[in-house]
Design a protein around this ligand. Structure first.
Ligand SMILES: [Ca+2]
Ligand SMILES: [Ca+2]
Ligand SMILES: [Ca+2]
Length: 234
């Protein structure tokens, strides 16, 4: 009897690990698409804005199957704003009316990547050197994550559990010429989050950047250290 209880416990624990979250936070995956069902009512225009802030747009619902996919697991019967391009319309409402709404965001093409502002990211907990981490990202068709604004920087760091993580930024080619992995010069990006006194190329040997600590600040360190990392698809 004890054995049976223990097995059941293990099965319960295994469920989250088997779930592949390919949709952004708040979205549910259904029939290969990512839907968000609001539980607040907004005007048509405000619904569009809210979907955009969630990395999506009002969902296009063309068929009964689309409708079933979007509403899977939802049993409220209220009108929902959907994209005006939709073909499966059964209720017309004034744009100023307040209604719930359905957003749709793109799904990431590689398992276990999640979307933030239209870009797919995945955190890797295992510690690797900068080059090893680059290669793992490349195998997924991606690059080390490149935080080019504060919100993305915070997202990437938190996705990686707040650990010390490589970001896709180095000055290996020319000292103090920091380049993102896609070749963009940091100086032209209009954003950085260096910790005070960094980058300092300590002992002349620090050419790769990590994000760490509560302020999600950046520090240059030796590229041969092993750290966790986040990849992004490009
Ligand atoms: Ca150097
Ligand atoms: Ca350096
Ligand atoms: Ca340093």
């Amino acid at each position: 009897m004890m054995g049976r209880q223990f097995l059941f416990f293990l099965v319960l624990l295994a469920i989250p690990a088997l779930t592949t979250q390919m949709c952004a936070d708040g979205y549910h995956e259904s029939d290969g698409r990512c839907f968000y069902i609001s539980d607040v009512e907004r005007s048509f225009g405000d619904a569009i804005v809210d979907c955009q802030s969630r990395g999506g747009e009002l969902a296009v619902i063309d068929t009964e199957e689309d409708r079933d996919a979007a509403m899977a697991g939802v049993n409220r019967v209220v009108p929902y704003w959907i994209n005006r391009e939709s073909e499966d319309l059964d209720y017309i409402s004034d744009a100023e009316d307040l209604n719930c709404y359905i957003c749709e965001a793109p799904i990431c093409p590689v398992a276990n990547y999640v979307i933030f502002n239209g870009v797919c990211y995945k955190a890797f907990a295992e510690r690797k050197t900068y080059d090893e981490a680059r290669q793992i990202c490349a195998a997924d068709g991606g690059l080390l994550a490149m935080p080019r604004d504060s919100a993305t920087n915070t997202f990437i760091h938190e996705l990686g559990g707040g650990e010390i993580l490589w970001i896709g930024l180095n000055d290996r080619n020319n000292e103090n010429q920091w380049l993102f992995e896609d070749g963009q010069n940091l100086a032209s990006a209009g954003y950085n989050n260096w910790s005070p006194g960094e980058p300092n190329d300590f002992h002349g040997g620090e050419d790769c950047a990590v994000v760490y600590d509560t302020g999600h600040v950046w520090v240059d360190v030796q590229c041969s250290l092993t750290r966790g990392f986040v990849c992004q698809l490009v």
